[in-house]
Design a protein around this ligand. Structure first.
Ligand code: 5GP
Length: 208
């Protein structure tokens, strides 16, 4: 008998610059059975971003066609400017073969996924403080000062979403945060919710 044969759907959110990408990348390096969903977006690539690796970069027309074709698990018009969406096929293919899938999406998208799939596990990555978050945004040098300002303000709104998540990780130290996310995956694999098949093996034929 194998434990939890279907993969876990992990939805990781948190303000821009909090380090969720780094934590997820490190976890995937250690666990090849954990995969990252690559979102589609209409925003322009940042320096160093590769099509198909960081995002699938789309024109607004291409993105709208994908919406019409029902190709998204969820999609969102973020910051009133760009579209972002999670292509549905990849996620279900990976879950079906027992891999775990991480969606690194904004809190509104995360809420939509949790509504549609209550078994999804929501993890919020919080900064040690808002001052530290601003420092990290400035430090990565990919945003203009106006964008840093807007994203710091945006973080206030996103932090309000913490109580509706299943888990909260404060990213003070990378190694600790990676281990905490790893522990969540291990614990969830043992949860009764994700072991219906195992439970059924024992109780399926029993009278209540
Ligand atoms: P960025 O432009 O910095 O890559 O991402 C901006 C925001 O969009 C982040 O909060 C990121 O998590 C979110 N995002 C990225 N992909 C998706 C997606 O597929 N769906 C939703 N709802 N949000 C996304």
């Amino acid at each position: 008998m194998r434990q939890a044969t279907t993969g876990l759907l992990l939805v990781v959110s948190g303000p821009a610059g909090v380090g969720k990408g780094t934590i997820n990348a490190e976890l995937m390096k250690r666990h090849p059975e954990i995969k990252m969903s690559v979102s589609a977006t209409t925003r322009a690539p940042r320096p160093g971003e590769v099509n198909g690796v960081h995002y699938f970069f789309k024109t607004p027309d291409e993105f709208r066609k994908m919406i019409e074709d029902d190709a998204f698990l969820e999609y969102m018009h973020v910051f009133g400017m760009n579209y972002y969406g999670t292509p549905r096929d990849y996620v279900f293919e990976q879950l079906a073969v027992g891999n775990h899938v991480i969606l690194e999406i904004d809190v509104n998208g995360a809420r939509k996924v949790k509504q549609a799939f209550p078994e999804a596990i929501r993890v919020f990555i919080a900064p040690p403080s808002l001052a530290e978050l601003r420092k990290r945004l400035e430090g990565r040098g990919t945003e203009t000062p106006e964008q840093v300002e807007r994203r710091t303000l945006e973080a206030y709104t996103e932090l309000k979403d913490m109580p509706s998540c299943d888990y909260v990780i404060v990213n003070d130290d990378l190694e600790t945060a990676v281990r905490q996310l790893e522990a969540i995956v291990v614990a969830e694999q043992c949860s009764a919710l994700h072991n219906a098949e195992v439970i059924n093996t024992f109780l399926g034929g029993m009278e209540s």
